[in-house]
Design a protein around this ligand. Structure first.
Ligand code: BGC
Length: 413
């Protein structure tokens, strides 16, 4: 008999995306600037992306029809506050309509207030590198919450403020390092008519870290003060940090710098947003590359779905807070490997639940094949393929498979 793994009643089964990666035409963002500077290391610009800005009604209907009960998406600061202090009611109304569409289709909307991109004016003022700029973020959170809060199901203040530190340690996305270098920054600054430009995650991480920690604190207070009464948390890029014999001290040092300082800041939050893709291994000298012959994903890191269980356990033990898996997924052309990856990841989630760890839900990254930052549209994380000429959507077998699990609230292993 096949084993049936039942999930708790009310478990959130979601798909995730982020404004810049799917909406298209996010021309007022810092990323758009970087995508268009001379010799940009971005392999291609984001362009129209999946035109989700206009197609959200059909997209939200499709997510619900597949069987999911949750949609995690981000609202775009660059649209909501196009110039410093100038707020767009039209942009806020757009996100209000998206939230209403989620409710119409029975989806709990999880809103991320910041998913990597910021307005040009913010980057031109030093962006996340400047401690004083945390206040701008808090003001934007207050304004957005005042307009949207009554419809929000759960909120993430910041998406992966630690991802740059993680990348530095494990080198997942090499072009990101290049972007932090002086010539690119100077070109971007020229493009916005400033003498400085800092865009996350392509910036000085230690400075950004301190601004983010402050911004998160201020944002939680701003969001909690607004209308609505929903859980608020922080999402983190979490890798399953493993030591080979002798590598324990290196692993602990990396964990302290990349995870613990942020988990410390999230101790009073309603949940920890765990976002996990793979593992990293350490010896006494540093980070080890994946072993010869192991399966790699399109991102170049190891196919290691068990990482999710390890990171949930770590975050829950460290903070004693409930966990929400706000991202987990795989970039692959082979949809059968996606199903295998998610199946193994979900078995790990279930083992955590069996041990009494509170896990509120699981959001697959990503709903669509979308703009994978510096790597452009090549990596395929989506449950749904998108023809970028016609914008036609084509759900993959994994979409029906995972939607079926969501509907049944059960994995048949
Ligand atoms: C980010 C996403 C990204 C995904 C896959 C996460 O680090 O939040 O924006 O597309 O990983 O690389």
């Amino acid at each position: 008999m096949a084993e049936q793994l039942v999930f708790p009643a009310g478990f959130l089964w979601g798909v995730a995306g982020a404004a810049h990666q799917v909406e298209g035409g996010n021309i007022n963002s810092d990323s758009w600037v970087l995508e268009h500077i001379p010799n940009s290391p971005f392999t291609e610009p984001s362009g129209d992306a999946c035109d989700h800005y206009h197609r959200y009604p059909e997209d939200i209907a499709q997510i619900a029809a597949l069987g999911f009960n949750t949609y995690r998406f981000s609202i775009e600061w660059a649209r909501i506050e196009p110039e410093e202090g100038e707020f767009s009611t039209a942009a806020l109304d757009h996100y209000r309509r998206m939230l209403a569409a989620c409710h119409e289709h029975g989806l709990t909307p999880i809103v991320t207030y910041h998913h990597f991109t910021s307005p040009r004016w913010f980057a031109a003022r030093g962006g996340w590198e400047s401690a004083a700029n945390a206040e701008y973020f808090a003001r934007y959170c207050a304004r957005a919450t005042a307009h949207l809060g009554d419809l929000i199901g759960a909120a993430c203040t910041l998406n992966e403020p630690n991802v740059g530190l993680l990348i530095q340690q494990i080198g997942h996305m090499p072009p990101d390092d290049m972007m932090a270098q002086a010539p690119y920054r100077a070109a971007a600054a020229r493009a916005v008519g400033s003498d400085t430009f800092a865009a996350f995650p392509y910036c000085r991480q230690e400075l950004a870290r301190d601004t983010f920690l402050q911004a998160h604190r201020l944002a939680v207070a701003a969001i909690k003060a607004g209308p609505g009464n929903f859980p608020v948390g922080l999402t983190l890029a979490m890798s399953d940090h493993q030591a080979v014999p002798g590598g324990e001290a290196t692993r602990d040092r990396v964990r302290r710098a990349v995870d613990d300082v942020f988990l410390d800041a999230a101790r009073d939050d309603d949940f920890i947003g765990v976002q996990t893709y793979s593992r990293a291994r350490y010896d006494a000298a540093g980070t080890l590359p994946p072993e010869e012959g192991v399966e790699l994903t399109q991102m170049g890191y190891e196919f290691w779905p068990e990482a999710l269980e390890a990171t949930i356990r770590y975050a829950a033990a460290y903070t004693s807070r409930p966990v929400l898996v706000t991202e987990n997924g795989i970039g692959t052309e082979d949809d059968t490997r996606r199903i295998e990856y998610v199946r193994r990841a979900l078995r790990g989630v279930h083992r955590c639940l069996e041990d009494g760890i509170v896990v509120r839900g699981y959001c697959y990254w990503s709903v669509f094949d979308n703009f994978e930052w510096a790597m452009g549209y090549r990596p395929k994380f989506g449950l749904i393929a998108v023809d970028r000429t016609t914008q036609q959507r084509a759900p993959k077998p994994s979409a029906a498979w995972l939607g079926g699990i969501a509907r049944a609230n059960m994995l048949t292993a």
